[in-house]
Structure formats: C-alpha cells, structure tokens
Design a binder for this molecule. Structure first.
Ligand SMILES: Cc1cc2nc3c(=O)[nH]c(=O)nc-3n(C[C@H](O)[C@H](O)[C@H](O)COP(=O)(O)OP(=O)(O)OC[C@H]3O[C@@H](n4cnc5c(N)ncnc54)[C@H](O)[C@@H]3O)c2cc1C
Length: 412
C-alpha cells in the first residue's frame, strides 16, 4: 500500500485512517483544528448509533412537510433562500429521491451499514464510550403514534428490533421521568457514543498504532498533474503523499473542486444544547420523533440535538431554532429542567441527496479517494465506511458492494 494522507479528523477520516493502518499503510491525518474540536461535526452531535434511524432524509411526504415547516421559524427545518446553483441542483435531486422505491433502496443500504458499524463499535469501544441500553422513540400526537406503530412489522422484517411499549412499560424503563406523549416505541438495539470523548479516544488509539496526526493544519490546495494529485499544499508546508483521501465533512465539496471534481454535497446545519445535571432527565436516549429532536444522556450531562438548516457554510447559532428545540423537549418532558447551564453548539452535516456517502476512488484520478457525505447519521456509517475505503484502496474484495457510494452516480 502506498502512504496515504487523510484530509479531515472527524469520524469519517479517523475510521479511514484506522482501517488503512490496519491494512499496512503509512497514514497521516491532517486536521485544520484540534481533533474532536467544535469545528468538526463529529464534536457536539447526539451520538446515536445502532439500528434505529437508518431512514434517508429523502422520503415520500418530506417535500410537503418541509414546505409547511419553512413557514415556522421554530420548526426543525429551514432553507435560506438564495440563488445558489449548487443548492438548486441538490434540491432537485433530493426531490427526485422522495419516492417509496428510492427511500426503500437507501434504507436497506444504510441499515446494513449501521448494523455492520454497530458490530465494529461493540468490538472497539468500552462500556464508558458506547452505551447500548436501547432507545425510546416517543410520539406526542395519537396520529403520529398510530402511523409509527403501523411501521413496526415492516421494521422487524428488515431486522430492526422495534416494538410498541405497552402502557406502564415506559415508567418502568424510565422511573421518575414525566412524559407527556401519546405513545412510544422501543428499539433494544438503540445505542449511543459519548462524543466528543469517543473521537479523541479514537485519535489516541490511532496515534498508538503509528498514525501521524497533524492538527491545526489546513489543506489549502491540491496540485494535480494528469490523473494524479502531485502535491498537497497545507498551512504548514507541502506534502507529497502516494494517495489522498478527502474526508473533510461538509468542506469536502470545496476541496474536491480544487481537483476539478463536483460533489453533490450540501452542509445541513444542526444544533445541540448540552445541559448540566438537569432534573427529570431520562437514562436512555430518546428520540422525539415528530419534533425531530434527539436526547442523549452523557453521564452528568444531557444533550438535546436537532434542526436541519440548508444555509450554506454558516455555523452561526439561531436563537429561534434553539428555542424551538427546547420547546419541543419541554412539550414532551414537562418536568425536565432545560435551564441547567445550557451549552449551545452548531455543526454542519455533510449531506448528499440520497443520504449515502461517497466512498471510493475519485475517477479519473489514480491516487485520490473520497470518504465524505455521511450526512445525518455519520457515526453510524463511518466505521464500516472506513473499512470499505481501506479494502478498495488495498485492492481487496470489499465486504460491501461499493456501487451505491461511487463518485459520479446520478442520484436518480
Ligand atoms: C445536531 C447534530 C446531531 C447529530 N446527531 C447524530 C447522531 O446522533 N448520530 C449520527 O450518526 N450522526 C449524527 N450527526 C451527524 C454526524 O455528526 C456527522 O455525520 C459526522 O460527524 C460527519 O463526520 P465527518 O468526519 O464526515 O465530518 P466532520 O466531523 O465535520 O469532520 C471533517 C473534518 O475535516 C476538517 N477539515 C475540513 N476541511 C479541511 C481542510 N481543508 N484541511 C484540514 N482539515 C479540514 C474539519 O475541520 C473537520 O474536523 C449529527 C449532526 C448534528 C449537526
């Protein structure tokens, strides 16, 4: 294997580095900030992994719901209107993917990835980092709960251990927590990672394996000659790696453009609010399904995350959207103290129209590869995605069919 330079120290880049190193490559990771720092989308997310939440963003009914939400400033969805051809092209392809057939295809691929990633994480992580205590999916309205319970048998048939919680079961699972909901489902394979600790621990493992970690180093340019990347210009000097992997999250599109590649990738901003020791908090992760808010217990902290904003590469925090998240949480958990020293963060999810990442060689280049576009469920996709990338670069038969992730797919 040639030596490999991985650009990006988020979960996608770190898992590529992990499997490339295990395959025998000399690996360097270049990260513009500190690894695990707040600039990265892998820093402040809600950490859900496991088999829940494998649905793509593009599903039937999403365009109509999105239009309704656009009119509500505290809703979980927003598009900043602007004449941006890349955004318009992305939305056009996203809209085309909102069919039963396309959503079903993407769901099967994403679920398979999440199942394989969970198996990897179970092997790799200790109990302090990965908590696998099941997950509650809560519904505020009777209609929402009714619709969801009708999907349970289909989920079971796909291998997701989802079931309806009987009245009284929720209070046994979460004693002392007051829920104002119409019903809930339960997935016993619900699990979550403690972030950002997981990211910094993975980086420490990599350092122990001999991976070089260049932090606070910005990749400024890719110099190409014919079908090869000849040189990588960084803020700390030039590098001449054998192979380059772009795993730069939402920034991947701009970097790939320097080599003339066009990625169908949009940043989708989300927010999280982390509360210090709030009273009335659940012990398990809870998804407030209709309000699109995830709740994750992190020891003495509780993280609330949600919102999807297509506002470009902008990480400013909108007070109204954060209030929307807090309001949704209070509606479902009226006794939870949401004033407990909140810490607010925003991150950019790297989203493709089909919710599948780009993984593999970036044709026509011989020594440039992609591992980006992990979207709204990157923690659940990155472990197996890193393994797939390493297998492809090593010329091994991959565990997964790489076709759905190829650069140049048309998002039909
Ligand atoms: C509110 C919120 C909640 C979420 N909850 C979940 C969840 O529960 N479960 C889940 O699976 N996913 C979740 N996600 C999504 C998940 O966080 C992302 O899919 C994942 O972090 C993407 O990882 P990444 O490595 O691709 O990108 P990033 O983590 O953003 O890493 C990319 C890195 O590349 C670096 N970089 C970029 N350009 C350069 C350059 N030119 N030179 C050097 N370095 C560069 C950046 O600084 C960054 O650190 C959530 C996201 C948000 C916003």
């Amino acid at each position: 294997m040639p030596d490999v330079l991985v650009v990006g120290g988020g979960v996608a880049g770190l898992f590529c580095a992990y499997y490339l190193r295990r395959a025998g490559a000399t690996v360097t990771v270049v990260e513009r900030g500190p690894i695990g720092g707040p600039q990265s989308c892998s820093h402040g997310n809600t950490g859900f992994v496991g088999t829940q939440g494998a649905a793509p963003l593009a599903e039937p009914g999403v365009p109509a719901l999105g239009l309704r939400w656009l009119l509500d400033p505290r809703s979980p969805f927003f598009i900043r209107p602007r004449p941006d051809p890349a955004l318009i092209a992305w939305l056009w392809r996203f809209r085309r993917r909102c069919t039963e057939r396309a959503a079903g295809e993407a769901f099967r691929v994403l679920l398979d990835m999440k199942q394989r990633s969970l198996a990897i994480l179970r092997e790799l992580c200790g109990d302090d980092t990965l908590t696998a205590r099941g997950m509650v999916i809560a519904f505020r309205t009777p209609q929402g709960f009714d619709r969801a319970r009708r999907t349970v048998s289909r989920a079971n048939a796909s291998g997701v251990p989802l079931r309806v919680l009987e009245p009284g079961e929720l209070s046994t699972l979460e004693p002392g927590v007051e829920f104002d909901i119409s019903g809930a489902l339960y997935n016993e394979e619900g699990a979550y990672l403690r972030v950002p600790e997981f990211v910094t621990e993975l980086a420490a493992t990599l350092a122990g394996m001999g991976v070089e970690l260049l932090e606070d180093t910005d990749v400024l340019d890719l110099e190409v000659a014919g079908r090869r990347v000849r040189q990588v210009r960084t803020s700390r000097g030039d590098l001449r790696p054998g192979t380059v992997v772009i795993a730069a999250g939402a920034w991947s599109a701009a970097l790939a453009r320097k080599a003339g590649l066009k990625l169908m990738l949009q940043p989708a901003k989300g927010y999280s609010v982390t509360l210090k020791s709030p009273g009335g908090a659940p012990r398990r992760p809870v998804l407030l399904s209709e309000g699109k808010v995830a709740i994750t217990p992190l020891g003495d902290r509780l993280r609330l995350g949600g919102t999807l904003e297509l506002s470009g590469m902008d990480t400013t925090i909108s007070r109204r959207r954060v209030d929307g998240i807090l309001r949704t949480v209070r509606d479902h958990l009226p006794a939870l103290d949401t004033t407990a020293t909140p810490q607010t963060w925003s991150g950019l999810r790297p989203c493709t129209p089909d919710s599948l990442p780009y993984i593999g060689r970036a044709e026509p280049y011989e020594n440039l590869a992609l591992a980006c576009g992990h979207g709204h469920i990157g923690l659940g996709l990155a472990p197996v995605g890193g393994k797939l990338l390493a297998q492809l670069l090593a010329g091994e038969t991959p565990d997964l069919d790489p076709a759905p992730f190829r650069y140049g797919r048309r998002f039909q």
